[in-house]
Design a protein around this ligand. Structure first.
Ligand code: SF4
Ligand code: SF4
Ligand code: FES
Length: 226
């Protein structure tokens, strides 16, 4: 009597980097890879759709279009073909709480290279108006630019497609971090101790449990008591 092939009944087949992967329907690509012991084939960061580490290119069965998506958010489908899409990393640029047209240009001399080709906006899977945001950063509209990048998943595609190497999302993150730093610095300056440096010492120079308690207190009140 012919045996029953349980695998073919309960699993679908996905091709990841040219190699067949048997996966349970309903799993995300990330979890299917984990379950098959192939976790190392696509990077994972947050497993929550935030960090962009797991960006992949996907072709669905019978469709020649290439999609870009996050492996941790995309469910497996029979016959889908998947390749990791790791945008090459570039060194981080430290934020600057003195954010200004000059300081952003010092951090990113690429800012004025934008030729408004629109490729970055077209490729963004989160529909961020990347090109417009670059224009906002050029004109010093930093709050608006920071808002634009709220939903950025750091997939890096806007940087990869930019022939002028403008690095839009790196600039967007720099703006968000710089504004955050400026705001927190003011809150720290108004805390129970005399200077921002002392406040940072108070937050950092203690054991982990105390630091967590002080950070929670700071988030609630904007003050750090010794
Ligand atoms: S892809 Fe580069 S040059 Fe084109 S609009 Fe975006 S940032 Fe500007
Ligand atoms: S890195 Fe660029 S393309 Fe990717 S989500 Fe952020 S803005 Fe969009
Ligand atoms: S692992 Fe962070 S977005 Fe998928």
């Amino acid at each position: 009597m012919a045996g029953i092939n349980v695998m073919s009944q309960e699993h679908i087949e996905v091709i990841v980097s040219g190699k067949a992967l048997k996966a349970r329907p309903g799993l995300t690509l990330t979890h299917a890879l984990w379950e098959a012991g192939r976790a190392g084939e696509v990077q994972t960061g947050c497993d929550g759709g935030v960090c962009g580490a797991c960006t992949v290119s996907i072709q669905l069965k019978g469709d020649s279009k290439t999609l870009i998506d996050l492996a941790c958010q995309r469910q497996v489908e029979d016959g889908m073909t998947v390749f990791p899409y790791p945008a090459p990393t570039i060194p981080a640029v430290a934020p600057n709480r003195e954010i200004s047209p000059e300081s952003i240009r010092a951090a990113f001399p690429t800012l004025d290279r934008c030729t408004k080709c629109g490729a970055c906006s077209m490729v963004c899977p989160m529909d961020i108006p990347v090109m417009d945001s670059v224009t906002r950063m050029r004109s010093g509209a930093f709050e608006e630019a920071a808002e634009d990048f709220t939903s950025c998943i750091h997939c890096g595609q806007c940087r990869v497609v930019c022939e002028d190497r403008v690095k839009p999302h790196n600039m967007g993150m720099w703006v968000r971090r710089s504004l955050g730093m400026a705001q927190n610095w003011e809150r720290l300056a108004g805390s129970a101790v005399n200077s921002p440096d002392e406040s940072w010492d108070l937050l950092l120079d203690c054991d982990e449990e105390t630091r967590l308690a002080r950070c929670r207190e700071f988030r609630k009140t904007g003050r750090v008591e010794s």
